[in-house]
Design a protein around this ligand. Structure first.
Ligand code: NI
Length: 389
């Protein structure tokens, strides 16, 4: 069962929705325009219920099949938010909002799930209930967690939940996923060093936060190289080091920031513990004060085995067996769909958009050629999971 004809037939219409979202990006929870359009369209399609304001600005719609006797309820999730960055595509439908752009393709995700909702309300060729979930604040605001905390799963009786993300570099219509850890836990690290400032010519009177920071930076590199099992995966990236303002002054303070990415809860705990040990040890060695704030971010996005195998089967039905990699390597990026997978079994799947600029790149634009495959995947997932009798 390849691309659904009706899905292909809606491509122009869905592309127009997508480009409108692209032109009018909104960030974090401030997705009022986007959520408003999503809710309006879902009502116009004839969804059985449309609820706004779940997780502040999230939208959820209920689509009942021709029959609901199976009692099955499946959730499909898209994210609606853009990023606080300046677009450089120069496209006719480029962002009209300065400093905001859809650089992660959430405009495409939202438009494709809307397309699937339109198809499912037209056809209702399934026995059960589909819940379409449009979330705010995927990019750093934990909108997925906000929706779960707002009762998303219980209120709508969601039994399984699926998420889809576009993937530049993977051919259009190809899919990739894996059971188990699919994306990493993403934690944030902030380290503040307080030493003692002095004249640069009198270093013996200082506690130099630059020297302390350099040692700290180097020592933190040994966590992955010396403390983590080489057969496990982890990233420790120190991405910011600030100290001093003049060539003849030893500054008083310094600051480092960075990120830690892990695919295993024990590795995550171990890295956090080692960071504290290293910070305390280097502080003691130099007589400096160092405060480490280790902030846990999105959890590991962990695909459930049965639902992953099922999503892979659906993807093969849509795009052919050669187009689906169901043992793809994990990705060290983070995703707040992880909160939904902690609440219910499900799977997160990547869909190829071909040779576009990378995600979060100012030249990125979602490839509309992938729309029929994405819409077909969603529609077929519902029809296969809850077959009409
Ligand atoms: Ni994204």
């Amino acid at each position: 069962m390849p691309i659904i004809n009706r899905a292909a037939g809606m491509k122009e219409e869905i592309t127009a929705w997508r480009r409108d979202f692209h032109e009018n990006p909104e960030i974090l929870y401030e997705v009022q325009r986007t959520a408003g359009i999503v809710a309006e369209k879902l009502r116009a399609f004839g969804c059985d219920d449309v609820v706004t304001g779940i997780g502040r600005t999230g939208v959820v719609a209920v689509i009942k099949g021709r029959d609901t006797g199976s009692g099955k309820v499946i959730g499909l999730r898209a994210d609606m938010d853009a990023l606080p960055m300046q677009e450089t595509t120069g496209l006719p439908y480029a962002s009209k909002i300065k400093g905001m752009m859809h650089a992660c393709g959430h405009d495409g995700h939202t438009a494709m799930l809307l397309g699937a909702a339109k198809y499912l309300t037209e056809t209702r060729n399934f026995d059960g209930t589909a819940i379409v979930i449009f979330q705010p604040a995927e990019e750093g605001g934990a909108g997925g967690q906000a929706m779960v905390q707002d009762g998303l799963m219980d209120r709508f009786g969601v039994q399984e939940v699926y998420g889809l993300h576009n993937s530049p570099g993977l051919p259009v219509g190809h899919f990739s996923l894996r059971p188990g850890p699919m994306l990493a836990a993403a934690d944030r690290v902030d380290i503040r060093i307080t030493g003692h400032g002095a004249h640069a010519a009198r270093p013996h009177l200082s506690i130099d936060p630059v020297a302390v920071g350099c040692q700290l930076y180097t020592a933190l590199q040994t966590i992955v190289s010396r403390n983590v099992d080489p057969l496990k995966n982890a990233v420790v990236s120190i991405t910011m080091f600030q100290a001093g303002e003049a060539s003849n002054v030893i500054p008083e303070t310094g600051r480092l920031q960075g990120t830690v990415r892990t695919l295993d809860a024990k590795v995550r705990d171990h890295i956090e513990a080692r960071m504290h040990q290293i910070v305390d040890g280097i502080a003691a060695a130099h007589g400096a004060k160092i405060v480490l704030n280790y902030e846990r971010g999105y959890p590991i996005t962990r695909n459930h085995a049965d639902q992953t195998a099922f999503a892979a089967k659906v993807a093969r039905d849509v795009s052919g067996p050669g187009a689906v990699d169901d043992a793809a390597p994990p990705v060290m990026g983070g995703e707040d769909f992880s909160y939904m997978l902690e609440a219910r079994p499900g799977a997160f799947i990547f869909m190829g958009v071909g040779d576009t600029a990378g995600l979060h790149n100012p030249a990125y634009d979602f490839n509309d050629e992938a729309i029929p495959a994405g819409v077909s995947f969603w529609a077929r997932l519902v029809e296969t999971a809850m077959p009409a009798r």
